[in-house]
Design a protein around this ligand. Sequence first.
Ligand code: IMO
Ligand code: MG
Length: 430
Amino acid sequence: MANVVVVGAQWGDEGKGKIVDWLSEQADVVVRFQGGHNAGHTLVIGGNVYKLSLLPSGVVRTGKLSVIGNGVVLDPHALAAEVARLQEQGVAISRENLRVAENATLILSIHRELDALRESGSAGTKIGTTKRGIGPAYEDKVGRRAIRLMDLADLSSLGDKIERLLTHHNALRRGFDLDEFKPEAIYEELASIAPKVLPYMDAVWRLLDEERRAGRRILFEGAQGALLDVDHGTYPFVTSSNTVAGQAATGSGMGPGSVGYVLGIAKAYTTRVGEGPFPTELFDETGELIGHKGKEFGVVTGRKRRCGWFDATLVRQTVRTSGINGIALTKLDILDGFETIRIGVGYKLDGQTIDYFPASQLAQGRVEPIYEEFEGWSGSTAGARSWADLPAQAIKYVRRIEELIGAPVAVLSTSPERDDTILMKNPFEA
Ligand code: IMO
Ligand code: MG
């Protein structure tokens, strides 16, 4: 199995950036296949910090091809801005090392505005989105009225497409009592940004097929996490794309057999940003302490993340819905020094014990976690680079997690620095 897909196994922010960066050294091609600039992936390389939202993490390394697949919703302004920001940091970006799928859906300012409007509370349920226009853009994609990257290459036919889009959006706007959008304004917006993004456009499915045939190693970089998946997550408190590993194929134009090893990333505890159920959430000093030690603030929105104990029931479920072959367990060091640590091992629902997370929103909000309690460890795991460096209790904790979730820990990350990593199994050689 030559290729690897990395997916979040919780609600996002599991530390995918570091792991993807660490794996990208062995890869030739790094592909984003869903989501958009709602992701926030932090890479620390030789003391330099790079924050990526839309670009694949391979872009900061020389000699890697970075690909944004058709499954991504692409804000052309965000792309241009991120490219410019990284170029200022000394990263070389050109068509040589970046390609974007011609059939990727565009996020326009009308999507951002609609997202913010819905989140303002006056118009329906608040999801706690990143307000980047992700949901509205995906809606237009499946509604078959989206503008796609390739449409910018043919400005003469853009007028009809804008018309179709606005027939829908202006009806909505009238309902919200807002001014209607003018087609000329959208045309101007698109015509002016087109030259910044068109140079990267390519037929990604064909490019990736060539890369695969040439025996090049492909790393698929997931954003968000399996519990934010629009089908398998905590609906409606989810993102608008499929975040499970199967999407790597659909969102890049490759067959399912090309995906290879599925590496799930999970934090040694649990966090979530935005609204929605979170059975093991902590509302006390322990939760505060985890958030403080773990610096649990969003990369994209700066929001404080909700914190709680590791929920093995949830991760066991995502191991199955994503077909996870192994886990990269991150931020174990944040639990250093805790007297006792808990793991959620199941739930009580209406007096019954269940070993899965129910699908209904009502039940998800009502389950009570069943905990197993662990004695903590006094030694430090921070920066450990081998099992021998870990306190015995910490090893016991990791082993118990493996047992409960039904997947081995292939990689253990013990600090944000890339070399502070313990490798049990190299996903590229699995
Ligand atoms: P990375 O890749 C954590 C959450 C938002 C909100 C919900 C829907 O850094 O792990 P959206 O803007 O996508 O429509 O918001 O999804 N969310 C994330 N949470 N990490 C992310 O990405 C997220 N991307 C979206 O907070 O609850
Ligand atoms: Mg994030």
